[in-house]
Every structure is written in C-alpha cells, then in structure tokens.
Ligand binder design. Structure first.
Ligand SMILES: [Mn+2]
Length: 388
C-alpha cells in the first residue's frame, strides 16, 4: 500500500497525512468513507450472535431498572422480545472473529499495524439508544453500518475526569459537546483516545467500532518484568562488592540507588527479551479457548496439502513477525518461535495470506523449518483446515 495515495476511506487524504495530522491527536469526520456501504450482517443476525455462549455481548438500557442499566449476555430470544421500543443498545464484541465479511473490513486499515487492532465491535440501537457520554482509552473508527446515528464530541478526558456513580459503566457527569454530526451508512468518524463522545440512534441503527489496543504503561511494566523474572536465577541479587564503610548505618546511600539502577538497566535493556515479550503479549488471543488445534503428524499435513487441502488463519488467532539480529521471530497467539532469516517470505505469507495451499507455499513445503513451522501452527490452532 502506497502511503502517499489519497484514500476515500480517509476522506481524500493519504495514510501518511492522516497519521501525521489526526491519529492519536484529533477527530476526523469522513463522509462516505466506504461509499454505498451495506452492513454484511443485520440486526437479527447480530442478536443471534448475542445468544451464543462464546460471544461477549451487552445491552445498555437508558431507562431500565435503574438509569443506564447494563445487562451482560449471552441473552435469550425471550429477553430480546421484552425490550422496550426506545432507548436501548445491543453491543457485540469481536464480531470479526465470527463473521468473515466483518473481518474483511479490517483490510481497509492495513496502513496501521495489525497487532494494534483490537476488534470490530458492532452495536445495534433503537431510536434514542445510547451508551451515554463517555471516553475510551484507545483509538476508534466508528463506521455507520445502517440507519442514522447522531454523534457529539466533547472535551479531552483523563482518569481525574468526574464520572457518574455507576457500578459498571463509565459515564461522564459533565459532557461539553463541541461538535456534532449525523452519520449515515458509509460515513465514518475517527476518534483519538480520551476524547469525550456520545452517540444517539436517530432510527434503528448499526455502528461498527474498529477499536485499537495499546497496553497501559502499568501493563507493560508488570507483564514485562513478570516475563523477565522467569529467566533470572535466584542467586542473581543486589550486590555491593567494594562498598565503602558507612558513616551512618541507618542511611540508604546514593550508591545503593546507583547499584539498583544498573541492575534494572541491565535487564530492562535486553532488546531480545523485550521484543519476545511484546510480540507474545500483543498476539495473545481475546478468546484463547477458540485457539486449539488437532494432534497431527507432519507427514499427514503435507499429504493433505499435496492433495489440495487449504489452510486458513483461525479468525481468533493473532499473528505477527519481527527481526532479531539475523534471525526472525514469529509470534502466534501468545507464543513465539525463533527461526532462521531465510524464512522471511514464508512468515510474511503466513501472516498476510487469506489461504495457504500447495501453490503459494510452493518450495516451502520442501524446507524442514517451514514444514515444521506450518505443522506446529496447525497443532497450536493458529492455522486450520478450510473445510473444518
Ligand atoms: Mn466509545
């Protein structure tokens, strides 16, 4: 993808301009980002997903048993039939993992790293339906899929911003609308993290939220140090050889702090471990229970491929790759594997291809590392047979 070509998706500016001027900085309204967009799923199908055990869903009723009542799925058909005519919203998380046509929408966002994408959440609302004014800590593209939704944006928020007293929802107690628009199918609104916003359904409407993920600084520190500590032997400790006699035995001296800082710096600057941790962390699946594979012999896999079998990425799996010195790392659903540098094109193919078969795998099927890698990915559940 040429980053300098103007894109309809971004309202006629290029990916480079969008990232420079808007991404993580300010909102952008794009009329007809996807012209003539037709939602690949309808309200009944979305409600159908919300009946499923493995799908995360919520309903927010503005005037339920209490203001802004939150109900968590899975729901029953009976519950849906008893909902009022107005003022409720159904939200279904990670629809891209369950509906391939929704996952295909993500192809439009390939100018951003795929490991930054969280999921495509779809909400359906009846007239007046809203989840209240709030802010999120991540970037989001709000694509109108069906009907009309009125959006207002407001102030930048942070953890000090006052919220309503509510057990489950983070609703702003003061929302100061600065701009507003009504979005129609195909229109899209980009919002940077922490910008207050409020969307209210004008009629029966469906909105797609392409959400991004970014670990918090607290997550980075706690998870990386947990990961790191597995590799540190118990005998490696704070040391103070050549310490000077102390003048006051109760004082913690400056040199102790320096020793601690160098202990931390030595480990925190281990780039190979940092990369390994980060790749594993960012590819952890949302639903690990949906990433499981069969027992499989390498020979059987290759016999099947030679006979025309097709491997596809498990929609619940996440894949990424990286370079480390002359080697490569493949990250697959929370695991990593160090591989020789000549497998670069295979890793790119595995991460990007819609389907893997004897034709596009070609010579890799004769490569021992390549064969073993493919087999392990099937056994792990990140790849699966297309007909299953
Ligand atoms: Mn939001």
């Amino acid at each position: 993808m040429n980053p300098d070509i103007p894109l309809q998706l971004l309202g006629g500016i290029s990916a480079r301009e969008f990232l420079r001027d808007y991404w993580q900085k300010k909102p952008l309204l794009i009329r007809q980002a996807l012209p003539d967009f037709q939602s690949p799923i309808d309200a009944d199908e979305l409600a159908g997903l919300a009946l499923e055990e493995e799908v995360e869903s919520r309903i927010v009723l503005e005037n339920g048993e209490r203001p802004w009542e939150l109900r968590r799925g899975p729901f029953t058909e009976d519950e849906f039939s008893k909902l009022p005519e107005r003022d409720w919203t159904l939200l279904v998380q990670a629809v891209d993992q369950f509906v391939p046509e929704v996952s295909e929408l993500l192809e439009n966002f390939r100018f951003l790293s795929s490991w930054r994408v969280d999921d495509v959440m779809i909400s359906f609302a009846v007239p007046g339906g809203s989840v209240g004014p709030h802010f999120d800590n991540y970037d989001v593209f709000l694509l109108q899929g069906q009907g009309k939704r009125h959006w207002q944006i407001g102030q930048m928020c942070d953890s000090e911003t006052p919220l309503l007293k509510h057990a489950d929802l983070r609703i702003l107690s003061d929302f100061e609308a600065t701009e507003e628009w009504t979005l129609e199918p195909g229109d899209m609104l980009y919002l940077p993290p922490r910008l207050a916003h409020c969307g209210v359904a004008v009629d029966d409407c469906m909105t797609y939220s392409v959400g991004f993920r970014a670990p918090s600084a607290a997550e980075v520190l706690t998870h990386f140090t947990d990961f790191l500590s597995q590799f540190l032997p118990d005998e490696e400790r704070y040391t103070d050889a050549d310490v000077q006699p102390v003048s006051d035995p109760h004082q913690i001296q400056r040199d102790a702090l320096d020793r601690l800082k160098s202990l931390l710096a030595e480990h925190m600057s281990d780039e190979r471990l940092l990369l390994t941790w980060f790749g594993q962390f960012m590819t952890e699946p949302r639903y690990p229970e949906l990433v499981v594979g069969p027992e499989l012999e390498e020979e059987d896999l290759f016999l099947s491929l030679e006979q025309g079998a097709i491997l596809i990425r498990n929609p619940s799996a996440r894949l990424a790759w990286s370079e480390v010195d002359d080697d490569l790392l493949l990250f697959a659903s929370g695991q990593s594997r160090l591989l020789p540098g000549n497998l670069r094109e295979l890793l790119k193919l595995i991460c990007a291809a819609d389907a893997l078969h004897s034709e596009n795998l070609g010579p890799w099927l004769a490569d021992d590392y390549g064969r073993n890698l493919l087999c392990e990915l099937v056994k792990q559940g990140s790849l699966g047979f297309a007909d299953e």
